[in-house]
Design a protein around this ligand. Structure first.
Ligand SMILES: [Ca+2]
Ligand SMILES: [Ca+2]
Ligand SMILES: [Ca+2]
Length: 179
């Protein structure tokens, strides 16, 4: 009796092994299906212009503007930063109460599967040069605007007002386009 029981047990184990082999075979077949392709979506950041909003605080109604404007793609905690405009103090540009066109752009590629966790920053950090040695340069402003990309379908234009110093104010205009 003991031997028969033993044989039955063995048979049961063998049957189990065989059926699990069949099962594994099935799941292997399923894996042959191609995974969905993750599309790449491109977003272009265009720096369009600086505009003097208030310039009377600098004597000759012309601001001597220098500094840095950059854009940054954030994917979760990772990022990629690019410079759009950069002037050292000695290379300042003169801004009146009019548009000062700038035409630089950067394009970022984003995987469609990551779209919900992706944003683009635009940071403008501008200063106003004053030649008087006793007078320190004036901060125009240092601001960052963050845009979530998941809801962006075509071109959207953004404005950042830098107004840290009274009557020496500059607005930065840029756009983000989903290509
Ligand atoms: Ca000034
Ligand atoms: Ca001036
Ligand atoms: Ca000045």
């Amino acid at each position: 009796m003991k031997t028969i029981k033993y044989i039955i047990n063995r048979l049961a184990i063998i049957t189990l092994l065989m059926s699990s082999t069949v099962f594994l075979g099935c799941s292997k077949d399923d894996e042959v299906e191609e995974p969905p392709i993750d599309q790449t979506i491109s977003f272009k950041v265009d720096l369009i212009k600086l505009t003097g909003i208030a310039t009377s605080g600098d004597g000759n109604s012309e601001l001597e503007v220098y500094g840095n404007i950059s854009t940054r793609l954030n994917v979760g905690s990772l990022y990629n930063e690019e410079t759009l405009w950069n002037k050292e103090q000695q290379d300042y540009v003169s801004i009146t109460e009019a548009d000062f066109p700038i035409s630089t752009s950067k394009t970022f590629n984003v995987l469609e599967s990551q779209l919900s966790e992706v944003s683009i920053d635009l940071t403008a950090n501008l200063m106003e040069y004053d030649s008087n040695v006793n007078n320190e340069d004036d901060p125009i402003g240092n601001e960052t605007l963050t845009t979530l990309l998941s809801g962006l379908s075509s071109t959207t234009t953004y404005e950042i007002l830098l107004d840290d110093t009274e009557n020496q104010e500059v607005q930065v205009t840029y756009s983000i386009t989903r290509l």
